[in-house]
Write a protein that binds this ligand. Sequence first.
Ligand code: ATR
Length: 282
Amino acid sequence: MDAHQKKAAVVGWPISHSLSPSIHNLWARRTGLNAQYLPIAIPPTYEDFAAKLDELQAAGFAGINITLPHKENALRYAAKASNGAEKAGAANMITFGCGGPYADNSDVEGFAQAVKGIVSKEKINSALVIGAGGAARGVVLAFQSLGVKDITLTNRTKDKALAIANDFKTATIDWGKEQNIIDTVDMIVNTTSLGMTGQPPLDLDLSRLQHHAIVADIVYSPLETPLLKSAKQKGNATVDGLAMLMHQAVPGFRQWFGGEPIVDQELRNHLVTILNNRKNEC
Ligand code: ATR
């Protein structure tokens, strides 16, 4: 045990496929910091989550990233939370400090950073957000922070879309009817699990999509989802799930390890290699 080593972790259930350790440990190597970032599995209940977080704090961990299914548990566990985490109703970061565990949500900033350049260059004013889970809340918040005013949500379970629309003053369109507005939106984001390996693809006809419109997917396995593939075939610009994943890791690394993490092509190539190797596993 190295008493000087800074420690952080990502927790979830399951956790073995998380790319976060690969991101943080690459940055730790690059910056020469004595830091270690571990994947830790915690069964889904709040009691399991709280007990493990208490244990990690006592063991000297600086902070924890949280992935499914614990993002709401993280908010409940924290003594304090940022505005972003409160608004999103979920946290993907807990920092252990003197004031107790502090919850934050870097998914919002991660998505905003991933699309920021493209949103200002292409003058994105309207967006269609597909899905209404925690990720959709983060995407809506990120769009609003970037000044995208005209946001429409669609979701299989309509009530969940209506709840977000009510919280964030956005519009909704019935599931299956989004085709009616496809030729008017500047950007489309899939926040559902459709298109993920083992899931059916998202059934969306992009033939009437405007030429400048951008298509983003938060799914990163596979990296090129059927949705992104058809957008590329039409000649539209795309943003894949890795972009958001890399950017959401930045605040944690900065805060817990004290180094300056850089999102660049080398990091992306490293993660793409890991994903490709997984594809070849039986
Ligand atoms: P997250 O926090 O990552 O957003 P989530 O809260 O489980 O995860 O949300 C998953 C989203 O994917 C939801 O919008 C869900 O739709 P429902 O609210 O109707 O469940 C959507 N989703 C998952 N599987 C789907 C499917 N087979 N068809 C349509 N939508 C699906």
